[in-house]
Design a protein around this ligand. Sequence first.
Ligand code: NAG
Length: 178
Amino acid sequence: MFKLSSAFVISALAFSAARAQDIMGLSWNSTSPYGQSTGVFNLLESTYGYSMVFADGTSTLSATYDSASQTVTQVCPHAGLIAAMIPVEGSSPSTFTIEWVDSTVILPEGSSTTSLVPGNGAFLTTMGTPNGVFAQNGVFKEFSVDGTYVFAWADETFQENQDVTAWIDISDGSAITC
Ligand SMILES: *[C@@H]1O[C@H](CO)[C@@H](O)[C@H](O)[C@H]1NC(C)=O
């Protein structure tokens, strides 16, 4: 009962927080036992499109969210790519990289292009298990894939992660140009 109703609250919040087609600038912040940081995302070519890596400096990464199709579409720097959650094979807890892909690309089984939702100034996901007091499913974080740290989401609690937890922050992206 409790799990069902908190999942409902998350999606209700998410859908009211951003109007479809508002351009959002995307950056990250993180919190860990060692402190807090912020930065921007660089895009790194990956098997299916582009993954996101933590960077400093300024970024042009921006996107829109369409609540009807539930897709996040990149505006800059690669207009039209959509955000996908792609499972990392063999991961436990279950971990998905967040990548930007062409909508025609065939993704591995279990991938989703409709599970990221804007809410409370950051992206949340409708995947996974509601995460107690933080009212968020799982944690977003950097994850090493073949030795490269890329941005990902894992179906675990903050306590289980015991390391840096990050968010994809949303700001007004209307002034961002490619
Ligand atoms: C990071 O962003 C999230 C979502 O916007 C926010 O809830 C959290 O307080 C921020 N954390 C820090 C350390 O700024």
